[in-house]
Design a binder for this molecule. Structure first.
Ligand code: NAP
Ligand code: GDD
Length: 325
């Protein structure tokens, strides 16, 4: 079999960068779609630019998607692009729907027109479970999204299932629980905390303002989760899978551990701030990934403590070299 080609939308994001690394290691030709901006700063994939191809396209534009998929001729498409920050989805609900919901249909339409043999991965989310109807959450758990983002992801999930059933396309929906890394955007709570700890430790800040400290999440490592995306597209049958660690922790616990890595007591620095509370919260997420383990042989390899420590140490190192401290 010749070299396989993978197209990644959202290659500049956290998951896009880890997935590109994983696919390169498997011998793929990797093509990443980016949208046009006036400056070309793609810091998460800077180390890969000599080994991947970058093409221009936008999930909002049907013709760009169809032309691009026709030109690239991918064997596999990973649709990771989305407006992915939950609070922004209340401020920009229509745009979130355009990117995160209808964007999925545009990619699927392009595949339907170009070649139904292309395999498709949709980046679905545990946010779809929202006000959870069952604990732990699994593939059969009913959805009850709590944000415009979650609602858009439910649409993306079902349109993926629908194209699989309507057109016999190998389309899968990976229902991934929160996954983090040192490449996580700084607006998400884990990276906000690891960056905040490093700033306080190095004397660049004296407090960290957060919202709901009692929210519980099932946090894993992004590098483990992109492996699951790839495994889903290598299986004989297209299907949907929950990907999670099966453990849950509060934001408060994350803070306690992260500050402890730097030898600090979080209670002295963390300030609860109403500005970071959400109109509707997802209180508890904990996933049951036993189907992925049984069918795909997937299991997470990085534990919670290791994840927290790695993130804090990476921010300390980055800020030290940046600030010359
Ligand atoms: P991320 O870091 O926010 O990356 C999002 C990517 O989407 C960026 O590359 C962004 O490009 C791109 N994008 C946004 N709008 C676009 C548009 N209109 N056209 C083309 N590209 C566009 O997100 P992530 O954490 O890597 O997550 C990847 C996917 O998994 C997302 O769909 C997210 O919703 C989903 N997900 C994430 C998690 C998690 O815990 N990380 C869990 C479940 C599901 P720019 O660089 O140009 O902004
Ligand atoms: N961002 C943020 N900032 N969250 C805070 C803060 C804060 O200052 N303080 C408390 N939190 C709480 C939020 O209220 C939420 O309950 C939890 O921390 C996690 O928030 P985020 O890290 O922003 O992630 P998320 O769970 O809303 O969404 C992420 O995970 C989803 C999968 O469940 C994103 O990556 C989504 O794209 C993804 O689908």
């Amino acid at each position: 079999m010749g070299k396989r080609t993978a197209l990644i939308t959202g290659i500049t994001g956290q998951d896009g960068s880890y997935l590109a690394e994983h696919l390169l290691a498997q011998g793929y030709r990797v093509v990443g779609m980016t949208r046009r901006t006036s400056t070309e700063v793609h810091e998460r994939i800077e180390h890969l630019v000599d080994r991947i191809e970058i093409v221009s396209g936008d999930l909002l534009d049907q013709s760009s998607m169809t032309t691009l998929i026709g030109d690239v001729e991918p064997d596999e498409v990973y649709n990771l692009a989305a407006q992915s920050f939950v609070p922004t989805s209340w401020n920009q609900p229509v745009l979130t729907g355009e990117f995160t919901a209808l964007g999925v249909t545009r990619v699927l339409e392009a595949i339907r027109h170009v070649s139904r043999k292309i395999r498709f991965y949709q980046a679905s989310s545990s946010e779809m479970f929202g006000k959870v109807q069952e604990t732990p959450q699994r593939e059969q758990t009913p959805f009850y999204p709590r944000s415009p983002y979650g609602v858009a992801k439910v649409y993306g999930h079902w349109i993926t299932v629908n194209y699989r059933e309507s057109y016999d396309i190998f389309a899968v929906s990976g229902i991934l629980f929160n996954h983090e890394s040192e490449r996580r955007g700084k607006e998400f709570v884990t990276r906000k905390i690891s960056d905040g700890v490093a700033r306080i430790k190095l004397g660049l800040s004296n407090e960290l303002r957060l919202g709901n400290l009692d929210a519980r999440r099932d946090w894993g490592f992004a590098g483990d989760y992109v492996r699951a995306m790839w495994l889903m597209l290598q299986h004989d049958e297209p299907d949907d899978y929950v990907i999670a660690t099966g453990r849950t922790h509060t934001v408060r616990e994350f803070c306690r551990l992260a500050f402890a890595v730097a030898g600090l007591d979080y209670e002295r620095y963390v300030v609860e701030d109403a500005r970071f509370m959400r109109p509707a919260e997802v209180d508890l997420l904990i996933g049951d990934a036993s189907k992925a383990k049984a069918v795909l042989g997937w299991e997470p390899q990085t534990g919670f403590e290791e994840l927290v420590r790695t993130m804090v140490e990476a921010d300390l190192k980055r800020l030290r070299s940046f600030a010359g401290v």
